[in-house]
Design a protein around this ligand. Structure first.
Ligand SMILES: Cc1ncc(COP(=O)(O)O)c(C=O)c1O
Length: 374
């Protein structure tokens, strides 16, 4: 169905940037710059500068950024890697594919890793931790680094949803050994297909990830150093991402303004929890604007019937998917989050009018129920 308020609007996104994007793509096609060319190097340099690190390595997905970060750190069978239960499956699959064991811990009320739960899950076998900056909000990297560093643990930041978010003035993806980004089309910086990157200050990690993405080959010498993968960021994608990157600060500002408008419209609805938290040491880029309520499914249906498109990230805890073979970590907060969260329309194309329609529909829903499900 055509929504009055779409969750995202890729056609409008393209329309606004058409001349720049067309020039970038046609430039690659006309020159035959398809694989591993200057556009890729330019984008990597600009991305590294944006995140505030020395190196960025372009890959074909955020998944590969996570997996290669662990492989480059030597994580493998016999190791344990701690991450959160409330994340996209790719975070956990990246651990599983190294042969290491994923240890899932609970999140705090802001949907991010509870540092106390991380500390409590450390064993002699723990090699690494993957904090996930979920929904565009950075984790408490001060506490996480203070727990990880003295124990010599590898820190891989899953920043797939948080490009541009800051903790104490520094950007997500610049704290750990690596930062991992996704350029999936609906991410805050999205390509026209899959894409990702690793950011790091460590030249050895940058080199290893560069080799792994190109079947282990050193492009200068032609020597193979690893049994690697085919996981390069395509040059055309890099060219598109490079023309979009300068727009990102403006898009982040827009998302934060849309977040503030939702807040102004929805504050005071008793049965609804909004994603605004007390700490002032971090900026949220609102990849997703997630509200929480005990009557989520009915609210979602109410919005759908009125032409407002929403998503649920994610309705089923990962360990309930039997075929994944994950142990039940008994994460009370994650279980209830899966029942209660709803992501409202949020993108660089979301307008004030979209927000106002959504707010009015949500208020109407709770008015008609008398907020009985609080
Ligand atoms: C938190 C998180 N981690 C990892 C990924 C994986 O990124 P990709 O889809 O580019 O492989 C995503 C993307 O959806 C994500 O949201």
């Amino acid at each position: 169905m055509a929504y009055r308020v779409p969750f995202v609007d890729p056609r409008e996104h393209y329309r606004k940037l058409k001349s720049e994007i067309d020039a970038a793509i046609l430039g690659c096609l006309a020159t035959g710059d398809l694989i591993y060319r200057q556009q890729l190097r330019d984008f990597e340099a600009h991305l590294a500068a944006f995140v505030g690190v020395k190196y960025a390595v372009g890959l074909n997905s955020g998944y590969h950024a996570l997996h290669f970060s662990l492989v480059a750190a030597g994580v493998g069978p016999g190791d344990e890697v701690i991450t959160v239960g409330h994340t996209f499956l790719a975070t956990v699959s990246a651990i599983v594919h190294t042969g290491a064991r994923p240890i899932l811990v609970d999140v705090a009320e802001d949907y991010n890793m509870d540092p106390g739960a991380f500390e409590g899950a450390i064993t002699p076998r723990t090699r690494a931790v993957i904090p996930v900056h979920l929904n565009g909000r950075p984790c408490d990297m001060g506490r996480i680094m203070a727990i990880a560093e003295p124990r010599g643990l590898i820190v891989v930041e899953d920043a797939a949803q948080a490009l541009g978010a800051t903790f104490q003035g520094r950007r997500a993806g610049g704290f750990g050994h690596t930062g991992c980004f996704s350029f999936y089309p609906f991410k805050i910086l999205g390509g026209f297909g899959d894409g990702g990157a690793v950011t790091t200050n460590d030249p050895d990690i940058a080199r290893t990830v560069s080799l792994l993405r190109y079947n282990g080959e050193d492009r200068e010498t032609g020597e193979y150093h690893h049994h690697g993968y085919t996981a390069l960021l395509d040059n055309v994608q890099a060219a598109v991402l490079d023309v979009k990157l300068p727009h990102l600060p403006h898009w982040i500002e827009h998302r934060r303004r849309i977040g503030a408008r939702y807040r102004a419209g929805l504050e005071g609805v008793p049965a609804l929890r909004l994603p605004h938290f007390t700490e002032t040491d971090r900026t949220d880029v609102f990849q997703n604007y997630v509200v929480r309520t005990g009557c989520r499914d009915r609210l979602r249906e109410h919005l759908r019937a009125r032409g407002v498109e929403t998503l649920v990230h994610w309705p089923i805890p990962l360990w309930h998917h039997k075929d994944l073979g994950l142990d039940d970590p008994r994460l009370v907060e994650t279980e209830s989050i899966c029942r209660e969260v709803l992501s409202l329309p949020m993108s660089a194309e979301t307008t004030d009018e979209h927000v106002d329609i959504t707010v009015a529909c949500i208020r109407e829903f709770f008015r008609s129920r008398g907020s009985a499900d609080g």
